[in-house]
Design a protein around this ligand. Structure first.
Ligand SMILES: Nc1ncnc2c1ncn2[C@@H]1O[C@H](COP(=O)(O)OP(=O)(O)O)[C@@H](O)[C@H]1O
Ligand SMILES: [Mg+2]
Length: 155
């Protein structure tokens, strides 16, 4: 019986950027409009690489996928709209001014790098993917599914 909070967790080692993209593509195939995925990890731990692979599964050219560090959000028009956020440089003034809810509670899938920068403004998430640097080409990926939220949101 799952416990509340983080209910299902998969941990794996990726030995290349290509492998991370493959995992992300597989993972992405079961996402649904309205899902919110948090991507957490240090710089260069593989968050954007993960989004490239995931986007590929939605028929978006991975070359179009870049960290939206300076623009806050990139939109990729795939089978389902993908909203790719990077809040690394988010400042409190922008949080107040920008209407994120339109995207967070919209018709697409939100992929959020540096979600911790949102603080109390962070939306409820469906999945948490954590990245750890383990070597030049080695990363640990830990994917948690937050069933509690998904059950609620599907009603
Ligand atoms: N196993 C791996 N998984 C993901 N990226 C890897 C891996 N091995 C090497 N890399 C490289 O590490 C870098 C990760 O960068 P990026 O995905 O932009 O990270 P972040 O968005 O977390 O800052 C890329 O240059 C990528 O090619
Ligand atoms: Mg990035």
């Amino acid at each position: 019986m799952p416990m509340k909070g983080q209910d299902l967790k998969v941990s794996l080692i990726s030995n290349s950027a290509q492998e991370t993209m493959r995992v992300a593509k597989e993972f992405g195939l079961q996402l649904k409009p309205g899902d919110i995925v948090f991507l957490q990890g240090d710089l260069a731990s593989g968050k954007t690489t993960f989004v490239k692979g995931l986007a590929q599964g939605f028929r978006v050219n991975p070359k179009k996928v870049n960290s939206p560090t300076f623009v806050l959000m990139n939109y990729y028009k795939g089978k389902v709209p993908l909203y790719h956020f990077d809040f690394y440089r988010l400042d409190p003034g922008t949080i107040e001014a920008f209407d994120f809810d339109e995207y967070f509670y919209g018709d697409g899938i939100c992929l959020i790098e540096w979600p911790e920068r949102l603080g109390i403004h962070a939306p409820r998430l469906s999945y948490l993917v954590q990245f750890q640097h383990k070597g030049e080409n080695k990363r640990r990926l830990c994917i948690s599914c937050l069933l509690k939220h998904r059950v609620k949101s599907s009603r």
